[in-house]
Design a protein. Structure first.
Length: 328
């Protein structure tokens, strides 16, 4: 069966591509650049180039019969200077991909959303928790929630089956740009401290397998939270530092200090038009205590939670194999 993956060259998208190929699927990829498409074609993957909101390019990519479409591509920027670009990708892009899928007869649409669609709530998130992200002042949370609304509307129209997946913080091998930056800062002794919040850490490999199950299994119309082991960010930093043999901070940084520093950098960025190293949005997310119940995904998708220590060790091993770590 043929499937199309958007965001196939990203962290999660790359793992999903491998999982689908291992499943025996005929995989096509929809990417933004000609260079990315060329690399994929060299690896034996059918590839198409276009913006996420380019309806004509999307319909071309879907011109061959396609059983499933995986919308993995997203703009995760925490800076307000990227809000217009982010909305165009996360909202307009979702609308365009859904329209192309419906027009070309795609059977199932698997949408990679985020726990951010729920907003920051003081509870353990379940699939029945109200999604409050559309009311958020953080554009990423807002756009992910609005995109989910578009997917729900498509499901109601009945021309396509939809499944929504809401991953938490994704860690694992092959990461160069996301949580990998934290590993590198700790390795280089440049981390000033840990934020005071906590997270739920999902294994990218298990998240990818959950996507395959969301396509293969009779779960149309459902959504699934994909969490992991819960830990304070300070504990995550300590586990990484211990694995690398580096020194860890003794305590978390005060939230008030982080907020004040981010506001100052945000004011400077408004003048320079350059993305700051820390934003008020990023501070809000890292001062939040995210807790997720993954029971439904474990029950219906065979989703598994990897212990944090093993997940960190696997990530460190990969970074070391790539020559990205100083620690040996």
């Amino acid at each position: 069966m043929r499937v199309l993956v958007t965001g196939a060259t990203g962290f999660l998208g790359g793992h999903l591509l491998d999982a689908l190929r291992a499943e025996g699927a005929q995989v096509a990829a929809y990417v933004r650049s000609a260079d990315a498409a060329q690399r994929l074609r060299a690896a034996g993957v059918e590839a198409f180039v276009g913006a996420l909101d380019d309806g004509e390019a999307l319909r071309t990519a879907l011109s061959a019969p396609t059983d499933a479409l995986f919308l993995v591509a997203a703009d995760t920027s925490p800076w307000r200077g990227h809000a217009e670009r982010q909305t165009r990708t996360n909202v307009d892009g979702t609308r365009a991909v859904l329209a192309a899928a419906e027009a070309t007869g795609v059977r199932r649409f698997v949408h990679t959303s985020s726990v951010s669609a729920y907003g920051r709530q003081d509870c353990v998130l379940t699939e029945d928790t109200p999604r409050l992200g559309a009311q958020s002042w953080i554009n990423y949370e807002r756009t992910k929630a609005i995109a989910e609304e578009l997917v729900d509307e498509a499901s109601t129209r009945g021309r396509i089956e939809t499944v929504i997946l809401n991953p938490a913080h994704i860690l694992g091998p092959d990461d160069r740009h996301n949580w990998a930056r934290l590993f590198l800062l700790i390795d280089q002794g440049k981390l000033p401290g840990a934020p005071p919040g906590s997270g739920t850490f999902a294994d990218v490999r298990e998240v990818a397998l959950a996507h395959v199950a969301a396509w293969r299994r009779p779960v149309a119309g459902k959504r699934f939270l994909l969490g992991g082991e819960h830990a304070p960010f300070l504990e995550l930093v300590r586990v990484i530092a211990g694995t690398l043999g580096r020194k860890a901070p003794a305590q978390a940084l005060p939230a008030a200090l982080l907020r004040a520093h981010a506001r100052m950098l945000d004011l400077i960025a408004a003048i320079t038009r350059r993305e700051p190293s820390l934003t008020p949005q990023a501070v809000a997310l890292t001062c939040y205590h995210l807790r997720v119940d993954s029971a439904r995904a474990m029950r219906e998708l065979d989703y598994r939670i990897t212990p944090l220590a093993r997940l960190v060790a696997d990530t460190c091993d990969w970074l070391r194999a790539q020559g990205l770590l100083q620690a040996r």
